[in-house]
Write a protein that binds this ligand. Sequence first.
Ligand code: ATP
Length: 267
Amino acid sequence: MLELKDICVSFRSERQDRVFGHTRQQVLFDVSLSVKKGTCLGILGESGSGKSTMGRVLCGLLRPDSGEALLDGIPVYGSRAGRRNLQNKLSVVFQDYTTSANPRFRVKDVIGEGLTVRERREKRRLDRPREIARLLELVGLPADFAGRFPHELSGGQLQRVCIARAVACSPEVILFDEAISSLDAHTQVQIMDLLRELKEKLGLTYVFITHDLTSITYLCDDVLFLYQGHVTEYLPVSRISETKDEYARRLLESIVVFDTEERKDAV
Ligand SMILES: Nc1ncnc2c1ncn2[C@@H]1O[C@H](COP(=O)(O)OP(=O)(O)OP(=O)(O)O)[C@@H](O)[C@H]1O
């Protein structure tokens, strides 16, 4: 289980009214959550609400000012064992697949980065060509893509490669930070179908950061709404229509309007 307990994060910001000195801008306020094994938690909020900051705390990249991040009961920060536990079990897929895949690497090398993590953990060498072919098949790409460079792939194909890299180290948890936001609507659905399939097949746990409510309802079991660094609602997706959160209500209403118009068009 992945947990955050009363997480507070602030960043240093330069003061405008003094030549020297600075203040701190608080970005997360007592954020708590828990993601049970095999489930998907969606984190939703408008731009600047603190979603990525929360993602960075979850994946071990940003030590909070206070509070605790735990994976299977082991604190993520404060000990090498905690960091190693996280590195062994958690992978991340970012929004910008164009920069997260090294443009000089072939697909086999991009996926190879994930395999290296697994080789180090399992202290054995893997049959790389076989593993790369298996992973490409798992994400719905032909084996001969292994020799291609990132610029020879479409956005959707490259994001599939990044997903293969994330899966290559046999993680238990994958954090997706706006991982489908840059793709067109049709490709988004294809990638979400792939993510659902992988979750079932590999027994994965997901944290899915997005500003898009539709993808949350498609993919997630629970949803957490973040507004200016505060958790304003945290509930199962099946009860999302009961939300009192104003931002969530606005998003829900916009979806209802969209549906009605579609139905009107269809008549
Ligand atoms: N390293 C940093 N130093 C200073 N301020 C930061 C830093 N990282 C984030 N912030 C600030 O923290 C706030 C939250 O940023 P964050 O990236 O977490 O929001 P977000 O909800 O992910 O936004 P978006 O959806 O636009 O990516 C913003 O006001 C941002 O300017």
